[in-house]
Design a binder for this molecule. Structure first.
Ligand code: AMP
Ligand code: GLY
Length: 459
């Protein structure tokens, strides 16, 4: 565990602070789980809260180290997380990635005597099935009458029937591994031979391990996508700024899929009328459907939407914020994030009004050479200390700190496929992207690559 210098002094100051100011200004020690660009953006936003006392990030990256104290603990090591919460008197836990949620971190906290009172932002395992099981989410949408592509689900027990179904299916055919597959579990097949081979590989060839022992076969929807972020307390909800991400490695949306190469917010085609359709046909029945199923959901619902003609359809749900969407959504959000989380935990989101910056935010992700295939890491990053205009922000993703030489100077090194992103504000997409590119031009590491055409359809 890393302890920042002056730790005790800071804590006693905060204790005094609490006593003087009483409950109105309850300063909290907060733990954020995760280590990507999304988590750096969340950490950056949390530290702006008047309610944030000390922030811990497990395990974090070189960027989150600028916002709080990184602790070497995996978000799925629940016992490790528990120790950290007890040792640092954590009063709020924010879960960045999906895996701890799907594995039941919220249920773990609820079932542990020493953690019980600590609010955790994120759904219970039953709610996280919205992301953790495609078959569950499709059935959920069907029951709630939410527009989505038609589908069937197959496994070993109805495998032969599945092959027949595929052979008669219109092209292209979408195959989805039921479980979590690190964002790679969706395959779009352009012909029947490919679809049958892929289906077999998923169910019998262990392509995505246990995650593809069940497969959802889905109708292909043709349209333009956007990401909508809902924060719900299980009874009420608020809608955060929407965003559009750019998933392919190459410019013009070409080449293999990645975790996301950039994002913009707001999304020009998501006008008031379209957002109202999303609210009426998707958000309201989603929150209502969770309630009907008796699922206590206090966290984010990321709704991946496709606009077909003038109508919204759900492509997928995630039980967390998106990455890199968070890096444009949170900079535009003007509310105090800790206040939002406390309202979520206390089921008081009906008292919250979301305020957003009207300007356009665009982020560009810089990745390691070779990504999303194999890549090398451990390269020093330069240009991070350049003077930044107030309109630009650098968020770290796959970076880490390493001490160099005998003096305790720390160097930032690459440590992942998506390395860092730059978000900028402007009145037009063109200017926002241009500003982010200007900052990226001053940043360098071996093999640096980024797309120069983020937001191209809005330029
Ligand atoms: P998912 O992991 O479900 O978000 O799927 C990954 C990507 O596959 C989506 O962002 C879409 O671009 C595409 N996709 C998934 N389902 C469909 C579908 N039914 N029709 C068209 N594209 C889809
Ligand atoms: N950017 C897509 C995701 O976070 O799943």
């Amino acid at each position: 565990m890393v302890n920042a210098p002056g730790d005790r002094t800071i804590r006693s100051l905060h204790m005094a602070n609490r006593q003087i100011r009483g409950t109105k200004f309850l300063l909290m020690n907060i733990l954020l789980l995760g280590s990507g660009g999304r988590e750096h953006a969340i950490a950056w936003k949390l530290t702006q809260s008047r309610l944030c006392s000390r922030l811990f990030i497990a395990p974090g990256n070189a960027g989150t180290a600028l916002c709080g104290t990184n602790v070497e603990c995996s978000p799925t090591d629940f016992e490790g997380v528990k120790k950290l919460c007890v040792a640092e008197k954590i009063e709020l836990v924010v879960v960045g990635p999906e895996e701890p949620l799907v594995r039941g971190i919220v249920d773990f906290f609820a079932g542990d005597g020493s953690l019980k009172g600590i609010p955790v932002i994120g759904p219970s395992a039953s709610g996280a099935r919205l992301e953790g099981s495609k078959a569950f989410s499709k059935k959920f949408m069907q029951t709630a009458g939410i527009p989505t592509a038609s589908f069937r689900e197959f496994n070993d027990s109805n495998f032969v029937e599945g092959i027949e179904y595929l052979k008669a299916h219109a092209l292209p055919i979408v195959l989805k591994a039921d479980g979590l597959a690190a964002g790679k579990g969706v395959v779009i097949c352009q012909n029947h031979i490919e679809a049958v081979a892929e289906f077999e590989l998923m169910i019998h060839g262990n392509k995505f391990g246990e995650a593809s022992s069940k497969v959802v076969v889905e109708e292909f929807l043709n349209g333009i996508e956007l990401s909508v972020f809902v924060l719900t307390d299980g009874r009420h909800y608020v809608v955060l700024p929407e965003a559009k991400d750019y998933k392919r490695i190459g410019e013009g949306e070409k080449g293999p899929n990645t975790g996301g190469m950039g994002a913009v917010s707001p999304v020009a085609f998501a006008d008031e009328a379209f957002m109202q359709k999303i609210t009426d046909r998707i958000i309201v029945p989603t929150v209502g459907g969770l309630q009907k199923e008796g699922i206590d959901y206090r966290g984010f619902i990321f709704i991946g939407i496709i606009k077909v003609g003038d109508d919204p359809y759900v492509i997928e749900y995630n039980c967390r914020l998106g990455d890199p969407e968070t890096e444009v959504v949170l900079p535009r959000l003007q509310n105090d994030l800790v206040e939002l989380f406390l309202a979520t935990a206390g089921q008081k989101l009906d008292e919250v009004v979301i305020k957003t910056d009207d300007r356009i935010a665009a982020t560009i992700m810089a990745v390691s050479g070779g990504y999303p295939g194999s890549y090398e890491k451990g390269f020093p990053i330069s240009g991070l200390d350049q003077p930044l205009s107030p309109d630009s922000l650098i968020f770290h993703a796959g970076t880490r700190l390493q001490k160099v030489g005998k003096t305790p100077v720390e160097q930032v090194l690459t440590s992942g496929g998506r390395v860092l992103c730059v978000t900028s504000f402007a009145d037009t997409v063109y200017e926002a992207v241009d500003k982010s590119r200007d900052v990226l031009e001053q940043i360098d590491y071996e093999g640096i690559y980024y797309r120069r055409d983020i937001g191209f359809e809005f330029l």
